[in-house]
Ligand binder design. Structure first.
Ligand SMILES: [Zn+2]
Length: 236
């Protein structure tokens, strides 16, 4: 579903200023209020000093509050990949959802379809890396919980918005091969499946004695990271 920009409802807010950094990120939020109307009212209230560029209602309607060229006040204090002033660097989209304070409701499909169309439209017009598409909680863990654990990140990733691992791939990631080599196992940069199975089996026989399968399952990969870290701390 392509976005028809003419269908976007204009709801101007004054809660923005000028960008101080180039635009390079997309930040997704939930509104965390009882209704979309309440959230829109708050974001258009000059006293509240908060606003996003867009808000997507539960029925799929899209509101634009702030021009994309401006610095909307949606992210607050946060960092991602070493960068701060996320407001200056990002486009913010508020997705109407009661969130943790209102029972963590599901996001309706029609709303997510609209979010996907809007994000794709934004990404088509701006240089935003897949690795710089984040949730509010990613940039402010502990302080923020949105868009929350009901938000369908995997569905968005399949639509080209954000990164998600290919669950069907069981092969060791490059990072895990490096960690096994760091522990001491003799693996070159691109080992064969058979070499991987042998090393994983040996690793499990030493560190996971109740799970000797030769399979690089998630539990094994976590264990590899854990063991590599104790080896790193004890290399005397
Ligand atoms: Zn937020």
């Amino acid at each position: 579903m392509a976005l028809i920009r003419e269908t976007i409802i204009q709801a101007p807010s004054v809660n923005f200023d000028e960008r101080r950094q180039p635009l390079s990120m997309l930040v997704l939020h939930y509104t965390g209020m009882q209704t979309g109307q309440a959230a829109l009212g708050r974001m258009c209230d000059p006293e509240a000093k908060v606003a996003a560029h867009y808000m997507v209602e539960e029925d799929g309607r899209i509101f634009q509050l702030v021009d994309e060229s401006k610095r909307a006040w949606h992210a607050g204090v946060g960092t991602w990949r070493g960068l701060d002033d996320i407001n200056s660097r990002s486009i913010g989209i508020e997705i109407v959802n009661g969130g943790h304070d209102y029972g963590l409701p599901d996001f309706p499909e029609i709303q997510i379809d609209a979010v996907i169309a809007l994000c794709r439209d934004v990404l088509s017009r701006h240089q935003i890396l897949q690795s710089d598409i984040v949730g509010h909680s990613d940039i402010a863990p502990g302080r923020k919980d949105d868009p929350g654990e009901k938000f369908p990140w995997e569905k968005l990733a399949h639509a080209g918005i954000g990164l998600w691992p290919d669950e069907s791939k069981k092969a060791l990631s490059v990072g895990s091969v490096e960690l096994l080599a760091e522990i001491g196992y003799g693996l070159n940069a691109s080992p064969s499946d058979q070499e991987i199975t042998c090393v994983i089996r040996a690793f499990q026989q030493r560190w996971m004695q109740d799970n000797v399968t030769g399979e690089p399952c998630l539990e094994t990969l976590c264990r590899v990271a854990q063991i590599a870290s104790i080896y790193r701390e004890n290399t005397i």
